[in-house]
Design a protein around this ligand. Structure first.
Ligand code: AMP
Length: 278
């Protein structure tokens, strides 16, 4: 597997390869787990050339401590990518990555009025910038993202359209621990006790009673009570239209995504569940 640290080397590689092959790309921040691996497997099955990136992007962290404490396990990550039979990985340095780049103005409007956009100001603007540049140099035909970061996929799709990339964005389901907790690189910072407690929040989410009508204010009450009882701090539970992310106050039979965020004593966790129309 080739390891690139320079944008120009990555671009040279893909320019040659994309003449005959489809390029699949999986952007990550590293500390790889089975959630990432599921994206690698899908990418591998659907493309001739597979490339991942590992980059803890400073622009998307609105919390300095979260950035500094974000787990970094590059050597182990490279072994995982080799196991996934990837052709290349791009691991840039933050300084060289943004050097000599003119970053576009970003206006995400109502896409970021709720949930992560509201609670992490600037986060999605940073995601927009990094993925735009990654696509510029990796030039993927297909790029793979996890539904665990539901709002992120909407932001990326908007970015692809606005910046004129020819990449098709593929969304892939959330992979969970045996106890139901959504896998996340941040889970390594949970104590064993909080790991089990956090799984209870995921179980609550996955087992929500969706007998209609579902009232957003009832969900909020139940979610707040549960998280408080576990010693966590709730941030939000939102029931939204999966396409527009517009909030749904009372669900009758339309499709909906229920997204949650809360703080444990060490980390902030997110999760979601998608309900199809019935
Ligand atoms: P990250 O390294 O956290 O930026 O994640 C890189 C990609 O992996 C993103 O598209 C995430 O949505 C995806 N991802 C993270 N956790 C999971 C999971 N548990 N299941 C599926 N995809 C995931």
């Amino acid at each position: 597997m080739k390891v690139f640290t320079q944008k120009s080397d990555l671009l040279e590689f893909v320019t040659t390869e994309s003449k005959k092959n489809s390029i699949g790309f999986v952007p990550t921040m590293g500390a790889l787990h089975m959630g990432h691996f599921s994206l690698f497997e899908k990418c591998r099955a659907e493309n001739q050339i597979c490339i991942a990136s590992i980059f803890v992007n400073p622009l998307q962290f609105n919390n300095k401590e979260d950035y500094e404490k974000y787990p970094r396990t590059v050597d182990a990550d490279i072994l995982i990518l080799e196991k996934a039979n990837f052709d290349a990985v791009f691991i840039p340095e933050a300084e060289s990555f943004y050097k000599d780049e003119v970053l576009p103005d970003v206006n995400l409007g109502s896409l970021v009025a709720t949930m992560e956009g509201k609670f992490r100001p600037g986060h999605f603007e940073g995601v927009y910038q990094v993925v735009n540049l990654l696509f510029k140099y990796a030039q993927p035909h297909f790029a793979y993202f996890g539904q665990k970061d539901f709002q992120q996929i909407a932001v990326i799709r908007h970015m692809v359209k606005t910046e004129g990339h020819k990449t098709q964005v593929i969304a892939s389901p959330t992979i969970r621990e045996a106890n139901g907790l959504a896998m996340s690189s941040r889970n390594t910072r949970l104590s064993p006790e909080e790991f089990e407690k956090a799984a209870k929040v995921s179980k609550f989410l996955l087992n929500l009673n969706h007998t209609i009508p579902v009232n957003a204010s009832d969900l909020k009450e139940e979610f707040n009570a549960l998280t408080h009882s576990l010693g966590f701090t709730p941030e939000y539970i939102e029931m939204s239209n999966p396409d527009t992310l517009e909030p749904i106050e009372i669900r009758t039979n339309q499709a909906a995504v229920i997204c949650i965020a809360y703080q444990t004593s060490t980390v902030r966790l997110i999760d979601n569940v998608i309900w199809t129309a019935n």
